[in-house]
Design a protein around this ligand. Structure first.
Ligand code: SF4
Ligand code: SF4
Length: 444
């Protein structure tokens, strides 16, 4: 079996939140292989700890990925502010004899440093074209935890564990390695929360994560990164959970077309034709121009315009979401008008420091370490493994209720001829339930 097949069979997908099957991503030839260790979401911690606690696995996995995609250069992107981590990784790269294979690139402490388009520009000087993915600029970007999983796949170990941080308004902020399928409520217990009354949870970062609007619950997937707990009356939670209809009503009353949302937009600053103030104008005045509406599809949903830039607290990202929905229904896609893109001259003076963003969204009091903490096996006695965790098709179960399964045993396979990634048992035990959404396993 070659390395790419090992990675496919191990079920490796983008661990940073995107969930794209890694064997497909690495199937292209790249000039640059980049590791996203930016951890740009406010309060995010897990990648730092993976690199700190498992540097050799991450480095070896990155070298394997470089060999597969035959990249000329491999660069690990870490924010310059983490100088201890950079020194630690440099020391391990040298000790493993990999100094000729890869290097570390220091990223600025800005949001969103981890956006694939931003990291490509910061580390290579290239610009990914509008509506494109990094390979269009000769780059492949993979997350730090993904490289850890690539190394384990090369050793015949499938993805059965996940690193997640539990941060925000919790007694013990922690980063843990738990079996895929662990209940979120168990994580909260580990962080010292037994009663969730008055609390809200975001699955993912405060900016781009999904708010759990129907109450705190669910299970860890291969894409989970962090769970942010906030008081349910916190201003950021309220802004994040506003409905598109309510956002549209507020937007219509007040947009003064000051352009601050556009001037700070990370994709606009890279020279893309994305102008959220124009999306507001199109929506508020019901303009019919398809060309203007379609630019909304260039939005990465980073949330900067909505949670930081607008001086009067409007919702330009939501305006883009509304336009994107309309265009999707009509089957319309943005057509780029050029092929070469250059960042705007004022870009460097418009980058938004992470600390300022954290303060603006009211999270400074929670911006604290979340140290890596070992979790005893006995804490997790049941898991629910979601059948659809990746971009592409969901898995077909290949076990039955009552079957005994071992850790690492494949329990769901990719449907024939589809893009996908298999899922594996994350604890040893018996299959207790199978539904169209998940396979449950009880330990023992
Ligand atoms: S949405 Fe806000 S930032 Fe953007 S143009 Fe309108 S008022 Fe200005
Ligand atoms: S969410 Fe706003 S700032 Fe972010 S890419 Fe979209 S338009 Fe630009």
């Amino acid at each position: 079996m070659d390395l790419l097949e090992s990675i496919r069979d191990a079920g490796v997908i983008g661990a940073g939140g995107a969930g794209f099957p890694t064997h497909v991503k690495l199937g292209s030839k790249a000039d640059y292989l980049l590791m996203n260790g930016a951890e740009c979401e406010p309060l995010s911690r897990a990648d730092q700890y993976i690199m700190d606690v498992y540097p050799d696995e991450v480095i070896k996995g990155f070298a394997i990925a470089k060999e597969i995609c035959q990249a000329d250069k491999a660069i690990i992107g870490i924010k310059g502010v983490h100088d201890d981590l950079i020194a630690h990784m440099n020391e391990r790269i040298a000790a493993l004899g990999m100094s000729d294979v890869m290097e570390i690139g220091a990223l600025p402490n800005i949001y969103p440093a981890g956006d694939e388009h931003v990291i490509v520009h910061e580390l290579t000087g290239r610009v990914v074209p509008e509506g494109g993915i990094p390979i269009a600029a000769g780059c492949i970007v993979i997350n730090a935890e993904t490289t850890y999983n690539i190394y384990r796949a090369s050793e015949g170990k499938p993805v059965t564990e996940k690193f997640v941080s539990i941060v925000g308004d919790v007694p013990n902020r922690i980063t843990v390695k738990v079996p895929v399928g662990t209940p979120v409520l168990t994580l909260l217990k580990l962080a010292g929360i037994t009663d969730t009354t008055g609390l809200a949870c975001i699955n993912g970062g405060p900016m781009m994560g999904m708010p759990m609007k129907d109450g705190i619950g669910g299970y860890v997937t291969k894409k989970s990164k962090e769970f942010v707990i906030l008081p349910s009356n916190h201003g950021h939670w309220k802004r994040k959970t506003i409905s598109l209809e309510a956002a549209r009503r507020v937007d219509k009353t007040s947009c003064e077309q000051c352009r601050m949302c556009t001037d700070n937009c990370p994709r606009h600053l890279l020279g893309h034709n994305l102008q959220p103030h124009m999306s507001m104008r199109v929506m508020n005045y019901d303009l019919k121009s398809i060309e203007l509406k379609a630019t909304a599809q260039l939005c990465s949903s980073c949330g900067l315009c909505e949670y930081y830039s607008c001086p009067i607290g409007l919702y330009p990202k939501s305006a883009n979401d509304i336009l994107k929905n309309e265009l999707r229904e009509k089957g319309i896609k943005y057509q780029p008008t050029k092929t070469e893109f250059k960042p705007l001259r004022m870009r460097s003076s418009r980058l938004i420091p992470s600390k300022r963003l954290i303060s603006r969204i009211g999270l400074t009091q929670f911006d604290l370490p979340a140290p890596f903490t070992e979790v005893p096996e006995s804490e997790i006695n049941e898991v629910k493994i979601m059948l659809h965790q990746n971009v592409g098709a969901g898995c077909e179960p290949i076990v039955a209720v009552g079957d005994h399964v071992e850790v690492g045993q494949m329990i769901g396979k990719i449907p024939e001829g589809k893009l996908g990634a298999p899922v594996h048992a994350s604890i040893a035990g018996s299959v207790s339930e199978i539904t169209p959404e998940y396979i449950a396993i009880r330990r023992g």
